[in-house]
Design a protein around this ligand. Structure first.
Ligand code: SAM
Length: 268
């Protein structure tokens, strides 16, 4: 049998289908998620239910968002899961997670994500951060390194700044390709993201912060001064006590927020 067929389903590359098959890894992820009935539990991309089954075991209800209609049909008729699942067929990138908010409950969101959409999906989920207690995601290892990077490193970029603005980021475990069917071409890792209840560096306009980061990191080899000259003057940098001759990856999250707040103040 082809290694692309798992439990009678042929993995679809365009949906990023690499199914988890290693029970040790599955147990460790479920342990990190710590499923409970006090939170709205949400899985993105349940697939063939490798995480769905053990998570649903100990709780009353699990909401899932799955794009593949064939997999949704399987979940609907799954002997043990069908009564516990609240199934949404569709694209998680367009999904309004606000519709899942329940009075007095925060969400725990998790998933072994399709790697082709993981970065835009992170940005989408940050919009709902205030309703989320924590998130556990299997991602390409390189993306986990970017999420958790420190200033001054190669992995530090726009995704790092936005992720660390919204969340505490903790890598949980590394997962080699052999733990999946079919095996992905890259190494994977699980990350835990905990949205701040009180942000350490509050920003006056998050869209502006996002725009400023995109502009700053557009040309990584140029100086901050050069990349942000349309938004900030030499005097602005002096006021903020930021060395504008530095490269974008040398600037902390706190400093990015300070720059965005100054741009905001100058506009209002
Ligand atoms: N959770 C399963 C596991 O661990 O074995 C499957 C993981 S597989 C890497 C990714 C899953 O996300 C697949 O079931 C795929 O169909 C689904 N998927 C792909 N794109 C999606 C999207 N845009 N929105 C929701 N689900 C998506």
């Amino acid at each position: 049998m082809s290694n692309k067929v798992h439990l009678g389903h042929t993995a679809r590359k365009r949906f990023g289908q690499n199914f988890l098959t290693d029970s040790n890894v599955i147990n460790r992820i479920v342990g990190a998620i710590a499923p409970d009935n006090d939170h709205v539990m949400v899985e993105i991309g349940p697939g063939l239910a490798a995480l769905t089954e053990p998570v649903a075991e100990s709780i009353d209800k699990l909401t899932v968002v799955e794009l593949d209609k064939d997999l949704v049909e399987r979940l609907k008729t799954h002997p043990f899961l069908k009564d516990k699942l609240d199934i949404h067929q569709g694209d998680a990138l367009k999904f309004d997670f606000n519709q899942l908010v329940e009075e007095g409950k925060q969400m725990k969101v998790f998933g072994n994500l399709p790697y082709n959409i993981s970065t835009p999906l992170m940005f989408h989920l940050f919009e709902f951060a205030e309703h989320i207690e924590n998130m556990h995601f299997m991602l390409q290892k390189e993306v986990v390194l970017r999420l958790s990077a420190s200033p001054g490193t190669k992995a530090y970029g726009r995704l790092t700044v936005m992720a660390q603005y919204f969340c505490q980021v903790m890598p949980v475990l590394e997962v080699p390709p052999g733990c999946f069917t079919p095996p992905p071409k890259v190494d994977s890792a699980v990350v835990r993201l905990v949205p701040y209840k009180q942000k350490p560096w509050p920003c006056k306009d998050v869209d502006l912060l996002r725009h400023l980061c995109t502009t700053a990191f557009n040309m990584r080899r140029k100086t901050l001064r050069n990349n942000l000259k349309q938004m900030l003057t030499d005097d602005d940098f002096k006021l903020l006590n930021i060395d504008s001759t530095k490269r974008p990856e040398q600037i902390s999250v706190e400093q990015y927020v300070a720059m965005a707040n100054l741009v905001f103040d100058k506009k209002s």
